[in-house]
Design a protein around this ligand. Structure first.
Ligand code: ATP
Ligand code: MN
Length: 463
């Protein structure tokens, strides 16, 4: 028997084929005309395959008539053209086997729509819903496009460490990695003695693969990392996770404008692929989540991203004539409300902000000639705010070392990073794109906990 997935069985060119389908029952309806209609989904696409199960199946009375939502089945049958609306084909069953039943008094996913909040409490079952099936397929497609885009543009994929001894941002928000017994850690002078820890010093989960990616960019030219990233910031927002996925390209010989060009081309490529390859899932989000979604995304694809300096942005915000929760002033970091105003209301499309005050940005960003600003760039998009953060990196060893001291970093711990500037230093740039923020942008969903399979955030590490 030829195995076929629902996505193929739904195509009209397969009418007449005799196939085996395996999946989970979404609904069953018994008709008086001598058969039952069973909607089956196997995750291969949003749409279900309608099974016509005739009463003359040997197990019709014993099994078919008692199939419940969520049960797993195997069906052998013939694909035929369907007279029903919304589907080209249906499957006439010749044999139907029940693999695992789902007790309707216990199975939480009944036919009705569930809230996202409820579905978060059953994260092991929510992939069986339309929304999470669609998110999952789009997440896969985006991941694939990321690799394709970089590969086609001459980048190498670098696996940077998950455990690190350096804190890329020079600030807290780190998860510690240790094998010491927290109840009885070895002490020396009243302090925990990390020389006795597994690595002989304090180590953490990575907040970014950038510094290590820079080492490889300064040898292979163009590289990227793509992996899980951890931040222990206690920000219980709809845009932050404690564990998220980040893509970080790093390019030798790239200045800030090249970095912006790449970020824009990259985002547009992901967008184009998803609109093309995930059309059915994207229509679902348009219909169920955000009626302006497709129009907004098409527009993003067509228009060049606006590019303005941080200082210009501050002027625009100061003139906006509204009361901000966080006051606007040159030298202060922009908050989500400011970013969204710029992208959603003022420019009504993606904006790249650049040249931020040096005091609010990490040590590795290149200091501009004005001495007050650094070559940072953030890409802001409607619906999300910041989706990309990047910069041209400081390539001058002396300036970099001074910036480290300025920010109170242990220069010796970053000796290797300084050496990248001491030997064959080149201008270089890179950025980080949050995968989950990208998925919010693409799907119109509003909570980041709904675009990753098993979200981790303060107080939550279930499953
Ligand atoms: P924000 O100001 O929004 O907290 P950030 O400036 O700390 O973000 P960066 O260090 O610039 O973030 O990280 C690069 C990208 O990674 C961000 O533009 C965003 O897309 C994503 N990102 C950062 N922090 C998180 C998080 N906690 N959860 C999910 N994505 C994140
Ligand atoms: Mn940022």
């Amino acid at each position: 028997m030829e195995l076929m997935r629902v996505v193929e069985a739904r195509r009209p060119e397969n009418v007449g084929r005799v196939v085996r389908i395996r999946g989970w029952v979404r609904t069953r309806r018994d008709s008086k005309a001598g058969f039952s209609f069973i909607e089956v989904n196997d995750g291969s696409c949003l749409g279900n395959l309608q099974i016509l199960a005739p009463v003359n199946l040997p197990n019709y009375e014993s099994i078919v008539k008692h199939l419940h939502t969520g049960a797993s089945i195997v069906v052998d049958g013939t694909i035929q053209a369907s007279p029903a609306k919304g589907q080209a084909t249906e499957l006439v069953a010749q044999r139907l086997e029940l693999l695992g039943d789902a007790d309707p008094t216990l199975y939480p996913l009944q036919k009705k729509n569930h809230t996202y909040e409820f579905l978060r409490t059953i994260a092991h079952l929510r992939p069986r819903t339309n929304t999470f099936g669609a998110v999952t397929r789009i997440r896969h497609r985006v991941s694939l496009s990321i690799h394709q885009f970089f590969h086609e543009n001459g980048f190498y994929y670098i696996h940077t460490p998950i455990i690190t001894a350096s804190d890329c941002e020079g600030a807290g928000a780190l998860f510690r990695v240790t094998t010491l017994d927290p109840a009885r850690p070895p002490l020396r002078d009243g302090q925990v003695d990390y020389t006795q820890d597994f690595f002989g010093k304090p180590t953490y989960l990575t907040v970014s693969g950038q510094l290590q990616a820079e080492a490889y960019a300064c040898a292979l030219g163009k590289v990227y990392t793509f992996g899980p990233t951890f931040r222990a910031e206690n920000s219980n927002t709809t845009r932050h996770l404690a564990e998220f996925w980040m893509v970080e390209p790093e390019m030798a010989f790239y200045e800030l404008a090249d970095n912006m060009d790449l970020a824009e081309a990259f985002l547009k490529r992901i967008l184009r692929d998803v609109l093309q390859e995930c059309a059915e899932d994207m229509r679902f989000f348009q219909e169920r989540v955000d009626p302006n979604l497709l129009q907004r995304l098409e527009q993003v694809l067509q228009t060049p991203f606006r590019r303005i300096s941080y200082s210009e942005a501050i002027d625009i915000l100061a003139r906006a004539g509204r009361v901000w929760e966080f006051p606007v002033a040159w030298g202060k970091d922009l908050q989500s409300e400011h970013e969204r105003y710029l992208a959603e209301e003022y420019f009504r499309g993606p904006v790249i902000l650049y040249d931020y005050p040096r005091s609010i940005k990490p040590f590795y960003m290149r200091v501009n000639d004005d001495g007050r600003t650094v070559r940072a760039m953030d890409v802001l998009v409607p619906g999300v705010g910041e989706i990309i953060g990047g910069s041209q990196r400081e390539e001058r060893a002396d300036v970099l070392e001074q910036r480290m001291r300025e920010q109170g970093l242990d220069v010796e711990a970053y000796r290797w990073y300084l050496e990248l500037r001491q030997f064959g230093s080149v201008p270089h740039s890179g950025f980080g794109l949050g995968l989950e923020r990208t998925l919010l942008f693409l799907t119109g969903l509003t909570n980041i906990r709904d675009v990753i399979p098993f979200p981790r955030y303060p107080g939550h590490a279930e499953y």
